[in-house]
Ligand binder design. Structure first.
Ligand SMILES: C[S@@+](CC[C@H](N)C(=O)[O-])C[C@H]1O[C@@H](n2cnc3c(N)ncnc32)[C@H](O)[C@@H]1O
Length: 447
């Protein structure tokens, strides 16, 4: 198999070859980290193995490398995975349709082979023979290794600039990134981005909402940066809309979910969600000039939320706290007390406990991780099964450090008593004067 490029890897920490496989996993599961024209990838562990059986043995590439083809035909079943690569839904890109690939991992030889598939209508796929490629890790001497890229056909590689980048990109960008990942400590404190929703739906909807609301940037009357705020809120709205659509289909809900956004600030998130058909409102202690621009369909109220019996939302499906500062830890409490079925979504930014700045207890975790764990614990103590995800926010560095917490369903009560957490907590949660209630006390009161 012709070698198209090679890069040297130094491994003073002796993390190879395990580090190589960790790097390959990033390329398989999160190709968008290096190929910015991709939205993501969906790995299908349960893909029909029978289809793989029929596809690979029948593979033929006249003029292709027979040794490689024999290797591919004789793959080990346990080392085959199938992924769908999802391009960003950008009209300027030549290819916007998701494509499938079979990936064969030969761990004993440190070789991974990517076999692209074409077609797909009615479940009939064909191998796109020209674009089969391999990445190989080889030991050189002492701590020196090399990573190389090979294809079955060097000359007839077909690039669409998106799913199949140019060979020069593969040898320069991809190989050097894999080399870097192979020897660095990549453990992340956070979940993968968009792990709770379908990435392809997100990509399509994000592009269309970006187009629909881009003119807000031109008329933004606030002193804040319009590009940052508009595209950030479009991204958050997209996430919620996809999440809610999936929730409706899972729970067979006919009505679009209602919401209230606490500490809604400029109200753009409320405006987009309302415009997209979700009944809801935003509440903020300070009115903004931009509120007057939205029209009567976008309901925004100037009012202060004080966590108490007067700030509950019994008829609301979702309570949103997007960078809601001091209100953040109260969101699960307010949601738990509002109704048995109320869910919440929190996107923390500044770190507040119930009554003041959040104080760190552990130097082993990052501050963000420790704060999220705190909010997770509050949600758990309030009776929620809390799930965590990482949003893809265009304006934040490296694209994805924002994290969401949300209630998906109430935790079953012990012994199947059928008593809701809210029924249990209602008489117990007493809000004390400022400074008198610690998180542990509130949590134990809630429970
Ligand atoms: C950091 S800003 C975020 C605004 C908006 N959610 C966003 O992401 O652009 C926090 C907002 O929460 C509001 N806020 C803080 N405490 C509040 C309270 N107790 N009641 C209502 N609004 C509050 C502030 O006025 C501010 O607009």
């Amino acid at each position: 198999m012709p070698e198209l490029g090679r890069t040297c890897v130094r491994d003073p920490g002796s993390v190879l070859p395990a580090g190589f496989w960790a790097a390959v996993t990033v390329w398989v599961e999160k190709p968008q980290v290096v190929n910015k024209r991709l939205c993501g990838s969906c790995v299908e562990h349960n893909w029909d193995q029978a289809a793989v059986h029929t596809l690979l043995p029948g593979l033929s590439c006249p003029g292709g490398d027979e040794e490689v083809l024999a290797h591919i035909r004789g793959y080990q079943e346990s080392d085959v995975i199938v992924r769908t690569v999802i391009p960003k839904a950008n009209p300027h890109y030549g290819c916007t349709e998701p494509r499938r690939e079979i990936i064969i991992r030969d761990v004993s030889s440190n070789v991974v082979t990517f076999v692209p598939l074409e077609g797909g209508s009615g479940g009939h796929f064909q191998v796109k023979e020209n674009n089969i490629y391999q990445i190989r890790l080889s030991a050189v001497v002492d701590d020196e290794w090399s990573l190389s890229l090979h294809t079955v056909y060097a000359e007839s590689w077909e690039s669409d600039g998106v799913i199949y980048p140019k060979i020069s990109w593969m040898t320069n960008e991809l190989l050097s990134r894999l080399a870097k990942w192979s020897t660095e400590d990549k453990k992340s404190d956070f979940k993968s981005t968009l792990s709770l929703i379908a990435v392809d739906k997100y990509s399509k909807l994000y592009q269309s909402l970006k187009e629909k609301y881009k003119d807000m940037v031109k008329v933004w009357p606030e002193v804040t940066d319009p590009e940052k705020f508009v595209y950030e809120d479009v991204a958050i709205a997209t996430y919620l809309l996809v999440l809610w659509e999936e929730e409706r289909s899972q729970k067979q809900l006919e009505e679009k979910q209602s919401f209230v956004d606490l500490g809604c600030g400029n109200g753009l998130l409320v405006h987009i969600l309302s415009n997209e058909g979700h009944p809801g409102r935003g509440i903020d202690v300070r009115r903004r000039r931009i509120w007057d621009m939205y029209g009567s369909r976008t309901i925004l109220e100037e009012s202060a939320i004080t966590p108490s019996d007067n700030s509950l939302f019994p008829h609301t499906d979702w309570i949103i706290g997007n960078h809601s500062d001091e209100l953040t830890p109260w969101l699960p409490v307010i949601a738990a007390r509002s109704s048995y079925s109320c869910r919440f979504f929190v996107l923390p930014c500044c770190f507040f406990s119930f009554f003041g700045k959040f104080n760190r207890k552990s130097s082993k975790k990052t501050q963000y991780r420790e704060y999220l764990d705190f909010v997770l614990e509050v949600g758990d103590r309030c009776g929620f099964l809390v799930e965590e995800d990482c949003l893809r926010i265009p304006s934040t560095k490296r694209g994805s450090p924002a994290v969401t917490l949300q209630k998906r369903r109430p935790r079953p009560m012990p012994g199947g008593l059928g008593i809701s957490p809210v029924m249990l907590v209602t008489p117990l949660l007493v809000i004390q004067p400022r400074g008198h209630v610690t998180m542990t006390r509130v949590a134990s009161m809630v429970m």
